[in-house]
Design a protein around this ligand. Structure first.
Ligand code: PLP
Length: 359
C-alpha cells in the first residue's frame, strides 16, 4: 500500500507512540491512573498531561491557554457555540466542522468568498455586526494558505473575534497571527486520533458545551486521556523541531509529482500553498474507476470528510469549477514518511490508468 492521503490523517510518529505507552500500562505499573486523582500515580499522570499541554502550546502564539478536546471538530464547536454569536462570517471553503457548526449555531452566517485560486482576499470586508470570523490557515482539500493575519486584523477592526482552524497548518507553518481562538488536531500532525485542542487567547470567555467534573478549567468536563495527551505532545514537539526539514521534504516531493502530471490542471494556488497537497484534475477523468483500478494506492477523490456523502466538493465549487471538473479531480497528500520512489511509482501508475481511460 502506498499512502498518499496525508490531509485525511497522518501516520502516528514512532516517537509519539513511544510517549503514549507508559500511560497505557496494566495493573503492574500505575500509568493508568486518573490524572484528576490527588494520589501519587494520579499526580504523575497529571504531570504528563501538563507537559503535553506545554508542548502543544509551543506550536501556538504566547498569551493563551490550550484546552484539550476529543477532536478539532469538538474544539471548533466549543469556539463557535461557546461564544454564542448572533452573526458570524466564515470562508466559503471552511471544513464542515466550521460550516456546519456555524449553521447549527442559529446565528446569521455570512460566507466570505475566495478567488479562483482558492484564496480569501486579504482586504475582504467583514460584514457589520459580526461577532466572530472564521478563516482556516490551510485548506484541507486544495492546500491554499490564507492571509490569516490580515483577516484577523479586519475581524478586530469590525469588533469581531477571529477563529482559525489550523488543523492542516499546525506543526507545518508558523502559528496563525492575530487569532483569538485556534483549533488543532493531533492526528493531522503525526499524533494519535481522538484528541484535539482549542487555543484560547487570555481574557476570552467561553461557555462549556460539556458539563460535569469541571476538567480543563471547566470548559471540557470528562476524564482526560494521559496517553492521548502524551502522544499529541510528543508529536507537537517533533513537528516543531522538524518544521523546516518536513517542509523541504514535501516541497521536493511536490515538485517531482507535479512534473509527472504534465497536462493535468492544478486546483488552487501553486504559490500560496502547503505543498503536502497536490489537487489535480484532468478533463473527462472517471475518478471512481481510477480508484478502483489502483486499490493499493491510498489517495482521495476530494475531501475525505466529504467522501461517501455523494456531495460534490464545496471547495472546488467555491473556486469556480463546474461539476464535471469537480468530479474529475483527485487529491494526493504527501508528508514526512512519503518516500520519493514510492511516490514516483504511484504517480506513474495514476497517469497510466488515466491515459488508459482515454482522457
Ligand atoms: N478542519 C480541517 C481543516 C480538517 O482537515 C479536519 C479533518 O479532516 C478537521 C477540521 C476535523 O478534525 P478532527 O478529525 O480532529 O475532528
Amino acid at each position: 500500500m502506498i499512502y498518499l492521503d496525508y490531509q485525511a490523517t497522518t501516520p502516528l510518529a514512532p516517537e509519539a507512540r513511544e510517549a503514549m505507552l507508559p500511560w497505557l500500562s496494566g495493573p503492574e505499573a500505575a500509568g493508568f491512573a486518573n490524572p484528576h486523582s490527588p494520589h501519587r500515580p494520579g499526580r504523575s499522570a497529571a504531570a504528563a498531561v501538563e507537559l503535553a499541554r506545554d508542548r502543544v502550546a509551543a506550536l501556538l502564539p504566547p498569551g493563551g491557554r490550550v484546552i484539550f478536546t476529543g477532536s478539532a471538530t469538538e474544539a471548533i464547536n466549543l469556539a463557535i457555540l461557546g461564544r454564542k454569536p448572533n452573526r458570524l462570517a466564515v470562508s466559503a471553503i471552511e471544513h464542515a466542522a466550521v460550516l456546519d457548526t456555524a449553521r447549527a449555531s442559529g446565528a446569521q452566517v455570512h460566507l466570505l468568498q475566495t478567488d479562483s485560486e482558492g484564496l480569501v482576499a486579504a482586504g475582504t470586508a467583514v460584514p457589520a455586526g459580526c461577532e466572530l470570523v472564521a478563516v482556516m490557515q490551510v485548506n484541507n482539500e486544495i492546500g491554499t494558505i490564507q492571509p490569516v493575519a490580515e483577516l484577523a486584523g479586519a475581524a478586530h477592526a469590525a469588533g469581531a473575534l477571529f477563529l482559525c482552524d489550523a488543523v492542516q497548518g499546525a506543526g507545518k507553518l508558523a502559528p496563525p497571527e492575530g487569532a483569538d481562538l485556534i483549533a488543532l488536531s493531533a492526528h493531522k500532525l503525526y499524533g494519535p486520533k481522538g484528541i484535539g485542542a482549542l487555543w484560547v487567547r487570555d481574557g476570552i470567555e467561553l461557555a462549556p458545551l460539556i458539563h460535569g467534573g469541571g476538567q480543563e478549567g471547566g470548559l471540557r468536563s470528562g476524564t482526560i486521556s494521559p496517553a492521548l495527551c502524551a502522544g499529541f505532545g510528543a508529536a507537537a514537539a517533533l513537528a516543531g523541531a522538524r518544521m523546516d526539514e518536513d517542509a523541504r521534504h514535501v516541497a521536493m516531493l511536490w515538485d517531482r509529482a507535479r512534473a509527472m502530471f504534465a497536462g493535468w490542471t492544478l486546483n488552487g494556488s501553486a504559490a500560496r500553498r502547503w505543498r503536502g497537497n497536490l489537487n489535480l484534475r484532468r478533463e473527462g477523468l472517471d475518478v471512481a474507476r481510477l480508484m478502483a483500478d489502483l486499490r493499493d494506492i491510498a489517495f482521495s477523490a476530494g475531501s475525505a470528510c466529504a467522501s461517501g456523502s455523494g456531495r460534490p466538493s464545496h471547495v472546488l465549487r467555491a473556486i469556480g469549477l463546474a461539476d464535471p471538473a469537480v468530479k474529475s479531480s483527485i487529491r494526493i497528500g504527501l508528508g514526512r514518511y512519503t518516500r520519493l520512489p514510492e511516490l514516483e511509482d504511484a504517480c506513474a501508475r495514476i497517469v497510466a490508468a488515466a491515459t488508459a481511460q482515454g482522457v
